[in-house]
Design a protein around this ligand. Structure first.
Ligand code: NAP
Length: 353
């Protein structure tokens, strides 16, 4: 393919769970040039350029993006976690604004800006919500930084030739080291520690949580969806739910996990992971030494608070995939196979024994 026909992706947040896997996906496509943006350098080999930038620093953004880099597509997957959801609004809106202020003026060929959002759009962090959630469901009582970011990009796009889209995944699962907000890390480290303590494998939520319907998003599928909605004119200026498309109950998933980790299965027992796993850093160090695992600090390995977020709700969490399917995105992933594949990848990379 000629260089002229290539699109140029700016993958923002390229060291994140979402961004790293999107970067990897784009690198395998022949019609894309890729520029990665994050403070740390991504741990991926490949034909791309990394621009280290602090998105909170408007001057740094202007300095790094204030000239034409040929960007045609922005994939925005940067995110900063704060002690409370309400506090996420200011920094996450500032980072997107700083980026767009710099990139937009210097990228005359800009065609599309895709934002990575999630099911919290529907308020699953507040309590039960209408399921399956649809993209045009009414908003919940703000604050919610996804609303601020979407409103910002929709307003900024008015009268421009470029378009925007947003993806709303849930429970993103993918290979990434040192990104603790990753369900695959929660599951595999929890199982490994339970086994080391001679315990059977127990769902760490209530029976009602184990029985509720749940959904996850494989980063490989999410990457394909992001590229699809960014390059398909029918998706212009629209949000899309993006999940594996096969809802499941955790109670049906644990037998496969017990088999994988060669453990006995026991009934669910709700524990507060944040508190009860806090003292297991020493044990993890011993396991890591014994099995020659990668040296990853316990607090960067896994977020137990994120585990509590997943294993506490006693209501269904289901998003409708109808809108994406009707517009032509028919990808589906078997979530059980996905978990086992990702555990394999963690083992192969010596992240878990
Ligand atoms: N993880 C999930 O399960 C999940 C589920 C649903 C929705 N989402 C949404 O998906 C989006 C991406 O989440 P994620 O889980 O991939 O996040 P993540 O793993 O925490 O990654 C965040 C990315 O943002 C970059 N970043 C943060 N602050 C920065 C700064 N000041 N300057 C430059 N880069 C900065 C980080 O890079 P450096 O630290 O290297 O700078 C990293 O690449 C978020 O909107 C999140 O709400 C995630």
């Amino acid at each position: 393919m000629s260089t002229a026909a290539k699109k140029t992706a700016l993958v923002v947040g390229a060291t994140g769970v979402v961004g790293r896997n999107l970067l990897q996906h784009l690198l395998a496509l022949e019609d894309w040039h890729v520029i990665a943006v994050s403070r740390r350098a991504p741990d991926l080999e490949g034909d791309y350029r990394h621009i280290p930038v602090d998105l909170m620093d408007a001057a740094d953004c202007a300095d790094k993006f204030g000239r034409d880099l040929g960007v045609t597509h922005v994939f925005y997957a940067a995110y900063v976690e704060m002690p409370s959801w309400a506090e996420t609004v200011a920094p996450n809106l500032a980072m997107l604004t700083n980026l767009m202020d710099a990139v937009e003026v210097a990228a005359p060929g800009l065609q599309h800006v895709n934002l990575m959002h999630g099911t919290k759009w529907y308020g699953n962090h507040l309590g039960s919500f209408k399921t399956p959630a649809q993209e045009n469901d009414p908003r919940h009582m703000p604050p919610n930084f996804y609303y601020d970011q979407q409103d910002f990009i929709a307003e900024r796009q008015k009268g421009k030739s470029w378009t925007w889209s947003t993806a709303r995944p849930h429970g993103v699962c993918g290979f990434a080291v040192g990104n603790p907000m990753n369900l695959v890390m929660v599951l595999s480290v929890y199982a490994t520690l339970s086994k080391a303590l001679g315990l059977p494998l127990r769902h760490p939520g209530s029976r009602a949580n184990a029985h509720a319907l749940y959904q996850v998003s494989d980063t490989a599928l999410l990457s394909r969806a992001a590229v699809w909605m960014s390059t398909n004119t029918g998706c212009a200026n629209e949000p899309f739910n993006v999940t594996n498309g096969d809802i499941f109950r955790w109670e049906d998933m644990w037998p496969a996990f017990a088999d994988y980790f060669d453990m006995n299965l026991a009934p669910p027992q709700k524990i507060d992971l944040s508190h009860m796993m806090a003292d297991k850093a020493g044990l993890w160090r011993e396991i890591a030494q014994q099995h020659a695992l990668q040296d990853i600090a316990y607090e960067r390995l896994v977020s137990w608070a994120y585990g509590d977020f997943v294993f506490t709700p006693e209501f269904d969490i289901v998003s409708s995939m109808t809108k994406a399917r009707q517009l032509g995105f028919h990808d589906v992933v078997d979530s059980r196979e996905m978990f086992l594949r990702l555990f394999d990848e963690l083992r192969a990379n010596r992240v878990i024994p």
